[in-house]
Design a protein around this ligand. Structure first.
Ligand code: FAD
Length: 409
């Protein structure tokens, strides 16, 4: 099957807080001749980086290509709250896909986050901090539903603390009817993290080519041949489409859609930040979410709209910045909510909050990684684990036991 990959999307605009610092250096050059490899990874964002790291580390020959530069896609706009808690609460996911599968999906995210955390520590990545999460009552879950959610999570093995209005006010200074506190998520700088994974892959023998655009893929049962915009061919045993939100244009998956989102970062103000520097997110749709950076800024994002058009998205930036700053000020009146950085981006959403990580129907040897939603980076890790297993596992351990959760729907 021959498929075009020419669809492009304006992924982001404005300046994210990570762009205030120099981008990590990743050795790369455009591909200038046809080549062969075990695995072609298309996309040098966090998904492609983690996958390249996992596969090159397992001894496979890996070529990574990107039509932009390394880390120039959506990853540069990510607010990078790395959480095991899926956007869709456990109680709601259980109603949608069944209790056992919902628990399995939640547990797999927990395991993936632990694996990611261990790999980051092993790679000596600076600026990565274990962070707890506060999930505050909103228009999707109120106090009673949050109490049920806490019980469901505990029954599935997740340590979770229910805070009523008084306890929430006392410990975090927030006025809401209730919240859940969960533990050991991870805060990171997404560009630093991605650069580290790409460099680890390069150290293990991977080659990174950018700007190199794949315009067409010819997938056959024994090999995949990708054609670049410059007319070169890359012949590979396997191909991974880690192309982020641009893949939706080429390979639509039911239940997935592209929306627009906005975020701000304040000036550093360590002394005015909220207690414990926890992640905070609302049980609302759309939800507001907050985190702290290593240099003491508050990041706040949300205000999502079902809007795929980039021009309309960018025109809304000033209004959205004002709306986010106002909501931040309502939560924490002492905070300086003025935006030092503001950005807008395309954002993926799926009905059940789960990604698609699977071989593409009719495209043998080609894997799609569509890590949708606010858990995108946790899902990139699941993709790296599952694809490494599929490509290097042996016998009964060749298939990831949770892949059915992430099949094309
Ligand atoms: C504002 C915002 C906030 C977010 N917050 C969080 C969060 O708090 N926590 C979380 O876990 N996730 C979050 N996400 C989601 C997460 O950031 C994404 O899931 C993740 O960055 C996607 O990474 P990726 O590598 O799949 O895509 P990208 O970073 O977009 O990389 C894909 C790359 O593929 C390249 N490409 C595409 N097509 C081709 C082609 N034909 N040929 C060559 N190259 C190609 C592109 O140029 C691009 O560089 C957020 C996203 C946004 C936008």
């Amino acid at each position: 099957m021959i498929r075009s990959l020419a669809v492009k999307r304006d992924l982001r605009s404005g300046q994210s807080v990570w762009q205030g610092r120099r981008k990590p250096s990743v050795p790369h050059a455009p591909l200038d001749a046809s080549t062969r490899t075990d695995v072609l990874v298309i996309g040098a964002g966090i998904s492609g980086a983690m996958i390249a790291d996992a596969l090159a580390g397992a001894g496979l020959d890996v070529v990574v290509v990107d039509r932009r530069g390394p880390i120039d896609g959506s990853t540069a706009a990510s607010t990078a709250l790395l959480q095991y808690e899926i956007d869709v609460p456990l109680t709601m996911l259980a109603r949608r896909i069944g209790t056992n599968d919902a628990i399995r999906a939640w547990r797999r995210s927990r395991l993936a986050l632990d694996g990611l955390s261990a790999r980051l520590r092993d790679g000596g990545i600076a600026g990565v901090t274990l962070t707890d999460s506060l999930y505050i009552a909103g228009d999707v879950l109120g106090a009673d539903e949050l109490r049920d959610e806490a019980e469901a999570r505990r029954a599935a093995g997740f340590e979770t603390l229910f805070l009523d209005a008084a306890a929430l006010k006392e410990r975090f200074g927030i006025e809401r009817e209730a919240a859940l506190l969960s533990y050991d998520n991870v805060a990171a700088d997404p560009r630093v993290m991605t650069g580290r994974f790409l460099n680890a892959a390069i150290e293990a023998g991977a080659r990174v080519h950018a700007p190199t655009e794949i315009v067409e893929i010819d997938a056959r049962p024994r090999r995949v041949k990708a054609r670049t915009a410059d007319g070169h061919a890359i012949t590979a045993r396997h191909c991974i489409l880690a192309t982020g939100y641009e893949l939706w244009g080429a390979i639509p998956a039911r239940g997935h859609r592209i929306v627009s989102t906005w975020a701000i970062a304040t000036k550093p103000q360590t002394r005015r930040l909220w207690p414990e520097g926890v992640f905070i997110w609302e049980a609302s749709d759309p939800y507001l979410y907050l985190r702290v950076t290593a240099d003491g800024r508050a990041i706040c994002g949300g205000e999502d709209e079902t809007l795929a058009d980039a021009e309309a998205r960018d025109a809304l930036l000033p209004d959205k910045v004002a709306a986010i700053a106002a909501k931040l000020g309502q939560l924490f009146p002492d905070l300086d909510t003025q935006a030092d950085f503001a950005w807008a981006a395309a954002f993926g959403a799926s009905r059940d909050g789960l990604p698609t990580i699977a071989e593409v129907p009719d495209m043998p040897r080609c894997w799609a990684v569509m890590g949708y939603g606010g858990n995108g980076i946790t899902y990139s890790r699941i993709a790296a684990e599952a694809i490494r297993t599929a490509l290097t596992g042996k016998g009964r351990f060749r298939a990831d036991p949770d892949l059915d959760l992430y099949a094309f729907r």
